[in-house]
Design a binder for this molecule. Structure first.
Ligand code: PRP
Ligand code: URA
Length: 214
């Protein structure tokens, strides 16, 4: 736990997650495999972040008798992707929970200042009634995650979680200071940011790795 606040940070140290993260870190992993492994790891992270999702008890008929069981209140969940790279996590989570609502926040880091610039925003309504999960593979300086969660709160959300694949200690500190009420689920907390605000050892630029841009 890096945080000096009481904020919650969960590192998912399951061997399957760590194995897939290792593939993502490898510079020799090409875009197609990178996207596929990100898709796979998102299922495993979803498993952790959705652990306390609400269910309702419904009656069902098995082939032998009537019984009751839990049914996920899927529409009460809202997945929010920070574009571009967030879509690499969104797709897999949406595959698991197809009835979830979806929002998008377009942000890019200004190359000179590393401050996030917003270029797109589309969020579902009634966010105050939903569990929101904001997704982005990378938490570096934390600027993008802080700005995105700020937007989601402005839109009324009260229950928010943040999911990433790699976090820098500096970014976690900034995020926890800004949003101590928002738990973070990550596959790794890496060593530090470098002078260009890239996470070390990291996995490089997630969006570029996904789409083959530079
Ligand atoms: C990357 C990443 C995060 C952000 C993290 O996006 O996907 O959104 O950087 O950095 P921060 O914590 O310092 O804000 P980028 O800005 O490269 O945009 P992209 O997803 O379109 O490539
Ligand atoms: N954004 C990324 O995609 N990777 C980093 O290491 C930092 C910011």
């Amino acid at each position: 736990m890096v945080s000096k606040t009481n904020a919650s940070v969960e590192v998912v140290d399951h061997p399957l997650v760590q194995h897939k993260l290792n593939i993502l870190r490898d510079r020799n992993t090409a875009s197609a495999e990178f996207r596929q492994v990100l898709y796979e790891i998102s299922h495993l992270l979803a498993y952790e972040v959705c652990r306390d999702l609400k269910t309702e008890t419904v009656e069902i008929e098995t082939p032998l008798e009537t019984t009751t069981g839990p049914k996920l209140a899927g529409k009460e969940l809202c997945l929010i992707s920070i574009l571009r790279a967030g879509n690499g996590l969104l797709d897999g989570m949406l595959n698991l929970i197809p009835s979830a609502q979806v929002g998008h926040i377009g942000l890019y880091r200004d190359p000179d200042t590393n401050i996030p610039v917003e270029y797109y925003l589309k969020l579902p309504d009634r966010l105050n009634e939903r569990q929101c999960i904001v997704v982005d593979p990378m938490l570096a300086t934390g600027g993008s995650a802080v700005a995105a969660v700020h937007r989601v709160k402005q839109a009324g959300a009260e229950r928010i979680k943040f999911v990433c694949v790699v976090a820098a200690p500096e970014g976690l500190e900034a995020f926890n200071s800004a949003h101590p009420d928002v738990p973070v689920v990550t596959a790794a907390i890496d060593r530090a940011l470098d002078e260009d605000a890239y996470i070390r050892p990291g996995l490089g630029d997630a969006g570029d790795r996904m789409f083959g841009t530079r």
